[in-house]
Design a protein around this ligand. Structure first.
Ligand code: COA
Length: 445
């Protein structure tokens, strides 16, 4: 079977930055360590007034197409995953194609375009759609452009306000990929949940603490499903395990669950037993509650072992490098976690070719998905071509008042006029409204 996977990735961060332990915590009267130690966040990225999900998506896509020497007719499919769409009918991918057609000679006339929605997991679902389209041989030699783009904004003064962010990840999915090959097998954990939703409203209704429990429950089910299909979920067999990262503190919990689950009935569980005993088994308990308590005690003890600590530092911590400085990008979050890990490997001069990643995606509502990826020959060149560090360093530092203005400027119900904080250059920018209420864009040289 032909290898199918991600050939190239580009990331576009919102151009402004909010210092969370500094500017934000100070104004909220909170301890900065809630951010640095608890949530694991230093900053959020926000879109300037002329940026939105379309400009970030189009800017990431243009850089990707230029770098790979692509023209529009090399692309047979454009899928955009977002939970920040502003139109219930016309998909964001048509706006992105319209932007790109301003700067390329050809057009995307014969490309299939769509928009995927399932909270934060939609980016991975779009990746799967592209994988299936290519694997089925329906692509006629063309690649798929898969874009995850979001402005993750919460209502002001709600707990979620601490975990906002904005950015886009564009991925080229193709045969014989340079970056990672996707596994054919997947595992799912899916249930009708109301942890986070936006019933025809821009800002989410969130039950924050419950959403964390639902994330973990669905992730556990997805791991079990993947193990039943693939067999091997031993956490020590993977170079990195990127998880959906609404904030790094969430991944701390997901990683512990994944490790505990993955070492069950393995030599690792036996080796750790001398120090912390074996994992509790349901049949040894009279009821679910006492079993859950015992599991939680085991997990606390596991987290304190050297073996777990070393594994976490090597396999999980590197996936959080970018997230700590940009916040939640919803659909893009798990994809920046993958890039983050590969970037760390590149910085450390590590040879990753042939090594495997286990990727854990999640979307509220709720569904988790697990699949594996194998790192390909061209990974280093792809990762070294990224300019995400330069983008993050160049961000405009927001004062608290500017943050509030930015939030208002992106509130769909706010019709105020707001001044730009930065000057657009060599990028797509929002250019006002058209006669049908559509958003218009122009390329600023
Ligand atoms: N020093 C160190 N840690 C601190 C701290 C301090 N001074 N103050 C708080 N913390 C820790 C808390 O113990 C907690 O960690 P824990 O969960 O491991 O116990 C963490 O920082 C967050 O603090 P908390 O008081 O729980 O924050 P909150 O009430 O503002 O809510 C969320 C946090 C995540 C629930 C909230 O931001 C939210 O609703 N986010 C959106 C939904 C979301 O992202 N869900 C995730 C699944 S998709």
């Amino acid at each position: 079977m032909t290898a199918v996977g991600i050939d190239a990735i580009e990331i576009r961060a919102g151009k402004t930055r909010l210092d969370l332990p500094g500017t934000f915590a100070e104004r909220k009267g909170e301890d900065p360590e809630k951010y640095t130690k608890g949530l694991g966040l230093h900053a959020s990225s926000f879109p300037d007034v002329y940026e939105d999900i379309v400009t970030m998506a189009a800017n990431a896509s243009k850089r990707l197409m230029d770098r790979k020497g692509l023209q529009p007719d090399d692309i047979g499919r454009i899928d955009v995953a977002t939970e920040s769409a502003f139109d219930n009918s016309k998909p964001v991918s048509t706006y992105v194609a319209g932007c790109l057609e301003q700067v390329y000679d050809g057009d995307f006339n014969h490309a299939n375009k769509g928009e995927r929605k399932f909270a934060c997991i939609a980016g991975t679902q779009s990746l799967n759609d592209a994988y299936n389209w290519i694997s089925a041989g329906r692509n006629r030699g063309r690649a798929a452009l898969v874009i995850a783009t979001d402005t993750a904004l919460y209502e002001r003064n709600e707990p979620g306000e601490a975990t906002q962010g904005a950015g886009a990840v564009a991925m080229l999915v193709d045969e014989d990929p340079s970056l990672v090959e996707l596994s054919a097998q997947q595992g799912f954990g899916s249930a009708d949940e109301t942890d986070f939703l936006k019933p025809n409203q821009q800002f989410p209704s969130v039950d924050g603490k419950r959403s964390m429990q639902v994330y973990l429950a669905r992730m556990r089910e997805a791991m079990e499903d993947f193990a039943s299909a693939e067999g091997d979920v031993n956490p020590e067999h993977f170079a990195y395990i990127p998880f959906h990262t609404p904030f790094p503190g969430m991944v701390r919990k997901a990683a512990l669950l994944g490790y505990r689950n993955g070492i069950r009935d393995t030599d690792i569980e036996d080796a750790l037993a001398e120090e912390i005993g074996h994992q509790p088994r349901r049949e040894a308990f009279d009821d679910d509650e006492s079993y859950r308590e015992a599991l939680s005690e085991y997990a606390d003890a596991l987290a304190k072992t050297d073996r777990y600590g070393e594994w976490y530092d090597a396999v999980i911590e590197p996936t959080l490098d970018i997230s700590r400085h940009v916040g939640n990008w919803y659909t893009g979050s798990v994809h920046i976690a993958r890039v983050s890990a590969l970037k760390r490997a590149a910085d450390e001069g590590r040879d990753l070719v042939g090594e495997r990643l286990l990727v854990g995606s999640y979307g509220s509502g709720a569904q988790a998905e697990i699949h594996a990826e194998t790192v390909c020959e061209g990974w280093l060149e792809e990762i070294e071509a990224l300019n995400i560090d330069e983008q993050l360093d160049a961000r405009y530092e927001l004062s608290f008042e500017e943050y509030e203005m930015t939030h208002d400027a992106h509130n769909h119900d706010d019709e105020g006029e707001y001044d730009e904080l930065t000057v657009p250059s060599d990028e797509f920018a929002f250019d006002g409204w058209g006669r049908m209420g559509e958003r218009k864009y122009r390329y600023v040289s």
